[in-house]
Design a binder for this molecule. Structure first.
Ligand code: PLP
Length: 410
């Protein structure tokens, strides 16, 4: 996005603020569908947890994407955005049987990831087809917090438990209409992905009533120039070939599914903040902004890199900065970063702020969560207002039992 537009948005709506460029979301969606254009039936279910604003869900719906959800609240957001229940898949982990039943009753595709729930659900609702989440025991992904397909992972049903799955299916008379895996985020090596896919194909042979195979997600996006990213085009060619061969063997054209979050929205997002203080210490120059890990936790939580640039002064002399927040504990976004010279009051932008940024924001330090803007067809649309003091107190119950004591002390 152009600096002048970002500055105008910060001017109009204030800072800190999240801005999403819809054209980037559309181009990423098209890139992925293009890579798999030789698959007869492709289905992309956008992972809502990456960025769950209803305007974004409506945009996804308009592109033809379905939704991948992990909580009943995300399902409700999808329905509020006008997405048909049949276009939503529910892939929870560790949620109650009651929540799964409630979501199934809405007509949403259920994805079950443990034997206990599979048996209970199948016994009570043998006529509701379910998808099962398999753990292929493949170590993939860039960070131990986001790698979820390995042997010790809490996600999915182990491939070693297929006989048990089959016994449950037979005993309950339930139908398995899909199989699924999701092995983690930031997967670079497409050979690892393809290897896991082979395990999924092997698993699929055991189930006679499949409609789809869902290969999850985990595509890596570039965070800085020169960064390697998942080669989607090469992956598309290779997986398509294997998938089409498998469908022939299986005797039916199955749907190939993915549920990308980061790939679709990460690069669309910019987080704008204002520099409150520039502080020279003995060792470094701090740029302290009007935000903190309450609004953008990924650098602290995952040690993730977000490019930072000075929108107000894009071509000044570059200096080294540590960019920090205002939270009263260590709150460092970046150290030793080359940024064009910062003056107090400048607006700086964090890139890759579309996925897992706003959705992880909190009210820590009793700050308001930021506003969100969608940049669409050269126009800024406010899609979430900045919070106000009322939002902080809305659900607090003001009890009066201490009030008289305060009087007495006076
Ligand atoms: C988080 C999640 C995704 C999305 O992962 P990305 O790395 O953002 O693409 C997809 N599927 C499931 C089940 C998830 O939990």
């Amino acid at each position: 996005m152009e600096n002048t537009n970002l500055l105008a948005i910060a001017e109009e709506f204030g800072s800190p603020i999240y801005v999403y460029d819809s054209s980037k979301i559309v181009s990423q969606y098209n890139r992925l569908t293009q890579a798999f254009k030789k698959v007869k039936q492709l289905k992309l279910n956008y992972a809502v947890k990456a960025l769950s604003n209803i305007a974004i869900l409506k945009l996804m719906n308009s592109l033809g994407a379905g939704l991948d959800t992990v909580s009943i609240q995300e399902v409700h957001l999808g329905l509020a955005a006008g997405v048909a229940p049949s276009n939503i898949i529910f892939t929870p982990n560790g949620v109650s049987l009651e929540e799964i039943e409630e979501v199934a009753a809405m007509g949403v595709q259920i994805n079950i990831d443990n034997l206990s729930i599979l048996e209970q659900f199948g016994t009570k609702h043998p006529k509701t087809p379910v998808c099962i989440r398999i753990n292929p025991h493949v170590m993939a992904g860039g960070n131990s917090n986001i790698s979820v397909g390995h042997i010790d992972s809490k996600f999915g049903i182990s491939i070693h438990q297929i006989p048990h799955i089959l016994r449950i299916v037979e005993n309950t008379g339930m139908t398995i209409n899909g199989i699924h895996m999701h092995t983690g985020s930031d997967i670079l090596d497409i050979d690892v992905f393809l290897y896991a896919s082979e395990i999924l194909f092997d698993t699929a042979k055991h189930f006679k009533n499949l409609d789809f195979i869902d290969f999850g997600s985990g595509f890596k996006v570039p965070y800085k120039s020169g960064d390697i990213e998942t080669n989607i085009e090469e992956f598309g060619v290779k997986l398509t070939k294997r998938f089409n061969e498998f469908c022939k063997e299986y005797g039916k054209d199955l749907t190939l599914g993915f549920e990308p979050g980061k790939f679709l929205v990460s690069e669309s997002g910019y987080f704008l903040a204002k520099v409150n203080v520039v502080k020279q210490t003995t060792s470094t120059v701090f740029a302290g902004i009007d935000s903190g890990f309450n609004h953008l936790i990924r650098p602290m939580l995952y040690n993730s890199h977000h490019e930072i640039y000075n929108v107000s002064n894009p071509s000044g002399r570059e200096r080294f900065y540590s960019v920090v927040g205002y939270i009263c504990e260590t709150d460092t976004f970046a150290t030793n970063r080359r940024i064009s010279e910062i003056t107090e009051g400048d607006i700086i932008a964090f890139k890759n702020a579309g996925a897992y940024c706003f959705t992880m924001a909190s009210n820590y330090n009793s700050r308001f969560r930021p506003a969100e803007v969608l940049w669409h067809n050269n126009e800024a649309h406010l899609i979430r207002k900045r919070e106000t003091f009322e939002d902080l107190t809305r659900n607090q119950v003001d009890i009066s039992i201490f009030d008289s004591q305060v009087e007495e002390v006076k």
